[in-house]
Design a protein around this ligand. Structure first.
Ligand code: PLP
Length: 406
């Protein structure tokens, strides 16, 4: 029987050198070779079982990579110093000057800036499309297209990609479908659905403790080795390497990811339902009226739910800012970017994580000024949290007072 991702992670056992229950942390940037020939062979690419230098790989990074590969069901995975380190390495590995990317238009602002403004320096262009419109996606593909790129659930608008349909298109044109699965670890497994490469910002849910930035690429051995090639690997040569100490700490946090994702999803689903009953403009893929609800349902591992992110459109930036400040004051979470923390985090993406996207494009894609993105935390009593949030909204005239009496 096909094992679940959570079981595959928990069944990994790499002991420490003294029998420790955690693998030892590799505290070295460089490694000795018994013979000069072995060193030469290793640099020639014959790296099986050998470490040459920690920018290439380290035992701790390989352990974390193994856990990520187990989670996504990939042959292997490599880890990077940030999610952007993973995205830029993949884009530059797959594209040369004159090539093009077809990308979802609603993606993380940093990725948007990378594609729209930065890699154009290398004459790599990007067509941004509505990823839910398969005809638009197909008509954007040209002979120059080398990558089809999307997020499984997009940041911040929570559009849901139909991964099997996009994979079919990618296969038809013989291009890789690269999916950033940062918002939905455990819930969605893009490779199982036909995607070719999966990217994660480990900074978010996977690490879950907001204490570091890190990223990963999950894919075939051939592709991941190409990223690390000493002569032509974008990860190796651009140097976005994760430190071993951080890799070891992320690996330990990953062991509770399955529990955390269930609770994040449960809490976000609860709040989304209640906010909807209150007549608020809430967007959450778990709500039956979300345009991507069915697509998500068809692709998901049910027990992990629809993820921990929801958005609320409060109507104006001023109101959104006042609400976030008040919620922080009442200790309902933090006014901070990022996601996947035990505390709820909230920010207005239009002026923060998506500020790289010009205002007129924000309007076109439906990113309004008053939108707040919530990464819902692991609150034990979510009903109490809900009541407290409502109280804040009543105080700011976002909700009417009588609605508070249930
Ligand atoms: N992908 C998504 C969906 C993100 O939300 C982010 C960051 O917010 C990134 C990638 C970039 O990751 P990092 O900040 O770890 O570089």
């Amino acid at each position: 029987m096909d094992k679940k991702a959570s079981d595959r992670i928990l069944e990994l056992h790499n002991f420490g050198e003294f029998g420790g229950v955690n693998p030892s942390i590799s505290d070295s940037s460089t490694y000795t070779f018994l013979t000069a020939k072995q060193m030469f062979d290793t640099f020639e690419g014959n790296t099986e079982g050998c470490y040459l230098y920690s920018r290439h790989s380290s035992p701790s990074n390989l352990y974390l990579g193994e856990a990520l590969a187990a989670m996504e069901g990939s042959e292997t995975a490599i880890v990077t110093a940030s999610g952007m380190g993973a995205i830029s390495a993949v884009a530059l590995q797959l594209c040369s000057a004159g090539d093009e990317i077809v990308s979802a238009r609603t993606i993380y602002g940093g990725t948007y800036a990378l594609f729209k403004k930065f890699i154009t320096k290398f004459n790599i262009g990007t067509s941004f499309v509505d990823i839910t419109d398969l005809e638009a996606v197909e008509s954007a593909i040209t002979p120059k297209t080398k990558v089809l790129y999307c997020e499984s659930v997009s940041n911040p608008l929570l559009e849901v990609a139909n991964i099997p349909a996009l994979a079919e298109l990618a296969d038809k044109y013989n291009i890789p479908l690269v999916v950033d699965n940062t918002f939905t670890p455990m819930s969605i497994h893009p490779l199982k659905l036909g995607a070719h490469i999966v990217i994660h910002s480990l900074t978010k849910f996977i690490n879950g403790s907001s204490d570091c930035v890190a990223g990963a690429v999950c894919g075939t051995k051939e592709f991941c080795l190409s990223l690390k090639d000493v002569n032509s690997g974008a990860a190796m040569l651009l140097g976005s390497t994760l430190d071993s100490l951080r890799a070891a700490s992320i690996l330990k946090n990953m062991r509770t990811l399955h529990l955390r994702m269930k609770k994040h999803s449960l809490n976000a689903g609860y709040l989304a339902e209640r906010f909807k009953e209150d007549g608020l403009r809430v967007v959450y893929p778990g709500l039956a009226d979300h345009p991507g609800h069915e697509t998500f349902s068809d692709q998901m591992e049910v027990e992990f739910g629809y993820g921990g992110i929801l958005t609320l459109d409060i109507g104006s930036l001023d109101k959104a800012n006042s609400l976030m400040e008040l919620m922080q004051h009442r200790n309902l979470g933090y006014l901070a970017v990022s996601l996947g923390f035990y505390k709820t985090l909230f920010s207005a993406p239009g002026t923060s994580t998506s500020s790289e996207i010009p205002e007129e494009e924000q309007v076109e894609m439906g990113l309004s000024n008053g939108l707040i993105r919530f990464s819902i935390g692991l609150d034990n009593d979510i009903e109490r949290t809900y009541q407290e949030m409502r109280r804040c909204m009543v105080e700011l005239d976002i909700l009417e007072k009588e609605l508070i009496i249930r």
